[in-house]
Ligand binder design. Structure first.
Ligand code: LLP
Length: 428
């Protein structure tokens, strides 16, 4: 069997063609068109259930980070297995409500919650949400004032910035002192003191999130112990016990051959080692690890531009469908859908670029790809299920693509491709 550049239980060359589960990509995109996001139901569930299993003996709730993949059908799928959600905006709270999450399964993070968002969270499904993850002292006062007006008492957690270096890309590192996120140790102590004077918020927990795409458990372990230490201090000051600790998300995935992701079993073991003897419910906010390798973005080759140093393949997907490579220089494996083009030994150094009028519109740089690849051939951009569609834009007036969920031999369009009318929606 032809070996793929990254490990996958759901992608495979069969009968000379790349398939997602039992669906041949080439056949499917004849119906859907390209570019298109294809998701595997099995891949989402496998990851979610494996994480759940890794935490089995622990009282826990996995709150999927909506920002990674916010499609309603994906949210409903995870909900059906017992997931909660981590939201960071009023829009994500709206999606959570539409997907049917009850308030006690919703947490609300985010460094700049507006009054409107705070009201929406307090009034979520009438009951309100499980936890506001408070990021500043001013926010704490704001929530208290709004809760007072609405005659409610709301549960909050303080987001602790544990000052550990997650050693990931600086744009997705969040747990260092210089980052805008969370309360530094002394700010958190002050917040606890001030809380005592506030009648409409109750402190139920602490939360952390130190960064994303972490491929090493050591910074997480450091952060967990710092969190535990802080919890003891906070409880002394409060003279009561907290109910939950939220460990955030951040587990990395395999994007390229060399990446060695953290095993979910090891991650679970670490969490159990640190927290199993504590009385707290453990909340988690994983996004990428559940969704990244459940999705591919399929694109068609439009043109080849041969150059002396390397060729360019211009494709019909771009930074507007998948922003990660142009925004962070992220690597996504890009492979031909036709097996013969994948295994072809006559390769050429190639940049895969989109049609957008920006030099940064590059999906893959210096890739060794078959010289035979030409107009009409299909490429699959792997690991695109997290921060793919959710970061898509309409720049250059490009309608956003469809999302399709595959299960076994079946597929379902779970978001239609936008059309030109969608581009001017709301313009007078
Ligand atoms: N919780 C909080 C408070 C977060 O800020 C994030 C991600 C998560 C959970 C989920 O993290 P995950 O498990 O997915 O690593 N657009 C970037 C990633 C930004 C992550 C932002 N926060 C990318 O494409 O790599």
């Amino acid at each position: 069997m032809t070996k793929l550049p990254i490990k996958s239980e759901v992608l495979e060359y069969t009968k000379g063609q790349l398939s997602v589960e039992k669906v041949e990509i080439a056949k499917l995109v004849k119906k859907t068109g390209t570019p298109v996001y294809l998701y595997s139901k099995k891949a989402f569930l496998d990851q979610f259930l494996e994480l759940q299993k890794a935490l089995d003996s622990l009282d826990h709730l996995i709150c999927f980070a909506i920002k990674a993949n916010s499609n309603l059908e994906i949210l409903k799928l995870l909900k059906s297995k017992g997931a909660g959600v981590d939201s960071v905006s009023g829009g994500e709270l709206f999606r959570a409500r539409k997907a049917g999450f009850s308030g006690n399964k919703v947490v609300f993070s985010g460094v700049g919650k507006t009054d409107r968002e705070i009201i929406e969270a307090i009034q979520y499904n009438k009951t309100g949400i499980l936890s506001f993850h408070v990021e500043s002292i001013e926010e704490l006062f704001r929530i208290d004032a709004i809760a007072k007006k609405l005659k409610r008492k709301v549960g909050v957690a303080l987001r602790f910035n544990p000052d550990v270096d997650a050693k990931t890309h600086p744009y997705i590192s969040t747990g260092l002192k210089e980052n805008k996120f969370g309360l530094q140790s002394d700010e958190l102590d002050e917040a606890v003191t001030l809380l005592k004077g506030l009648k409409h918020v109750s402190l139920h927990g602490l939360s952390i999130h130190i960064g994303s795409q972490l491929l090493n458990l050591t910074p997480m372990q450091d952060a967990f112990y710092r969190l535990l230490h802080k919890t003891e201090k906070v409880e002394k000051a409060l003279s009561y016990r907290l109910k939950y600790l939220d460990l955030g998300g951040g587990i990395g995935v395999q994007y390229k051959k060399e990446d060695k992701p953290i095993s979910l079993t090891q991650y679970g073991k670490l969490i159990k080692k640190v927290f199993s003897k504590t009385p707290y419910k453990i909340l988690l906010e994983p996004g990428r690890v559940i969704s990244a390798n459940a999705g591919v973005l399929v694109t068609e080759v439009l043109y080849r531009k041969p150059r002396s140093e390397k060729d360019f393949l211009v494709v019909d997907a771009s930074m507007t469908e998948l922003a990660r490579p142009s925004l962070y220089g992220s690597h996504h494996e890009i492979i031909p859908v036709e097996e013969a083009l994948f295994t072809d030994r006559k390769k050429q150094t190639t940049d895969i670029v989109g049609p957008v009028c920006e030099s940064s519109d590059v999906l893959g740089r210096d890739r060794d790809l078959s010289m035979q690849l030409k107009r009409g051939d299909l490429l699959a951009i792997l690991s695109a299920g997290a921060y793919g569609f959710t970061m898509a834009s309409q720049y250059n007036s490009r309608p956003r693509p469809a999302e399709v969920l595959i299960s076994g031999t079946r597929h379902r369009v779970i978001r239609k491709a936008e059309n030109y009318a969608d581009l001017i929606h709301g313009e007078s």
